[in-house]
Write a protein that binds this ligand. Structure first.
Ligand SMILES: Cc1cc2nc3c(=O)[nH]c(=O)nc-3n(C[C@H](O)[C@H](O)[C@H](O)COP(=O)(O)O)c2cc1C
Ligand code: SF4
Length: 438
């Protein structure tokens, strides 16, 4: 284990995570003692449009993967249209490797509830939903408890803190499908339909939940709002980089000594994060990693000093995504890792469009063949050709994301594929696992 140097330790900027070690922060009393609901009192004294402007000025970008500017999204909601407006928090967190929203909701659920109330006030919504995946029973329980506590204190419900603003907040548990994290599939699921993406346009900003103007934001995005209201846009921008402002929760998993959540200003590097996590596990050398979950193209040891912000990761040929950095070593096989991810995408494909439904089905079979030592050189062309027919031709981002590890592992680790095909690496799958692979 390596001890982080003081200059690396200084990279930690606990903002959203700062209450996580306080044992009673999840109860309203503990939360209030630590500045809880102070931002709400301040926000309710401001004009809603000024709050939208504040979020625009802060440069906050969505924490759900795409990094869309949050203030701009809120500004798209048509005002004075006479329709109900909705805020929907995306708490589905299904991307493999991603684990930042669940700890936030279990350790500090009121920060999300407070963010929901402020955001709803800003966009003039009187009903909000938190859509949480069904398996996360513990987090849903904490959230429901937080909602009940906030209601009892007059932070939710009718005439909040005597301001005349009403808000009902519903915590809705989904059934646990990755596609229900895609915002329009989420809205269909919330409406009681099978979760499948909707054709866009129209976008949720005008035709979202129940065909009404809707903002869909990630848990981390909404939980950031109270801090920005209290600290101001300039303080928020003092962390991170020029175009990627603020702190970000990086989730480190894999071959490091201390896996977990590390909150740093956007733009920290993987080299620094690994140092914060106590270094690589003894006997392991970094070989490949995902910067933001399994839908983001793999990077390698060459990329240790890439700034992990939206622009830096894009310039290195990948995507910042959910900042779920999964770290693999020289003892891990990129072909096998890619195969396991593809099994996931194949299983989770909603089946609505042909490139994703069929393409992932076939790619899984090609991988099984390669990993069973029965692959051919043509299989590598077939994989690239299939990715070419999925990427940009799928109905939603699930299909695109499925191709990321395939194309990037072939780019950086073609030799590993050839070693299976040419018999230098022992097969990882047996003939029994080959059903349907030819
Ligand atoms: C297949 C798929 C799964 C997704 N899963 C999630 C998720 O679990 N949580 C999330 O916040 N965003 C997820 N997204 C992104 C959402 O569609 C949407 O961009 C996001 O919720 C917007 O919030 P933000 O602007 O605050 O990032 C997913 C997208 C796709 C294509
Ligand atoms: S890309 Fe996949 S998940 Fe998305 S609509 Fe098509 S089949 Fe469904």
């Amino acid at each position: 284990m390596t001890t982080p140097r003081p200059e690396t330790l200084a990279k930690l900027t606990p903002v959203l995570t700062r209450r996580w070690l306080s044992p009673d922060a999840w109860r309203i009393g503990g939360y209030e003692k630590l500045d809880g609901y102070a931002a709400l009192r301040k926000a309710l004294r401001a004009h809603p449009d000024d709050l939208i402007q504040l979020i625009k000025d802060s440069g906050l970008r969505g924490r759900g993967g795409a990094g869309f500017p949050t203030g701009l999204k809120w500004g798209f909601i048509p005002q004075g249209d006479g329709k109900p407006h909705y805020l929907v928090v995306n708490a589905d967190e299904g991307e493999p490797g991603t684990c930042k929203d669940l700890p936030l909701m279990t350790h500090d659920p009121h920060s999300l509830v407070e963010g929901v109330i402020i955001a709803s006030y800003a966009i003039r919504a009187s009903r909000a939903y938190i859509y949480i995946r069904g398996e996360a029973v513990h987090a849903a329980r904490r959230l429901r408890n937080a909602v009940a506590e906030a209601q009892a204190k007059g932070y939710l419900g009718r005439n909040i803190l005597g301001t005349g603003f009403d808000l009902e907040l519903v915590v809705h548990s989904g059934a646990g499908a990755y596609i229900c994290g895609e915002e329009t599939a989420l809205l269909d699921s919330l409406e009681g339909f099978r979760g499948q993406p909707r054709l866009r346009p129209p976008f949720p900003a005008t035709h979202g939940l129940y065909a009404s103007p809707t903002v869909v934001n990630n848990v981390g995005t909404i939980a950031s709002v109270p801090y920005i209201v209290l600290g101001g846009a300039d303080w928020w921008k003092s962390m991170g980089t020029e175009k990627s402002s603020g702190p970000m929760i990086y989730s480190l998993s894999g071959r490091i000594v201390n896996p977990g959540q590390f909150e740093c200003g956007l733009g920290v590097t993987l080299r620094e994060l690994i140092e914060l996590a106590g270094g690589m596990q003894p006997g392991h050398q970094l070989r490949f990693w995902t910067p933001g979950g399994s839908s983001t193209p793999l990077l390698t040891a060459e990329h240790l000093d890439v700034p992990l912000d939206f622009e830096g990761v894009a310039a290195a040929g990948s995507i910042l995504g959910t900042t779920a950095t999964q770290i693999f070593s020289d003892q891990d096989c990129p072909v096998y890792a890619t195969y396991r991810w593809l099994e996931f995408y194949h299983h989770e494909s909603c089946g609505k469009c042909t490139p994703c439904r069929e393409g992932n089905y076939w790619m899984v079979r090609v991988y099984r063949r390669i990993l069973a030592g029965q692959g051919t050189h043509e299989d590598l062309d077939t994989l690239l050709d299939t990715c070419d027919n999925i990427l940009g031709r799928s109905f939603c981002g699930l299909g695109d994301g499925a191709t990321s590890s395939v194309t990037s592992s072939l780019q950086y680790f073609k030799q590993d594929y050839l070693d299976y095909i040419e018999g230098r690496t022992a097969p990882k799958l047996s003939d029994k696992q080959l059903v349907g692979a030819h």
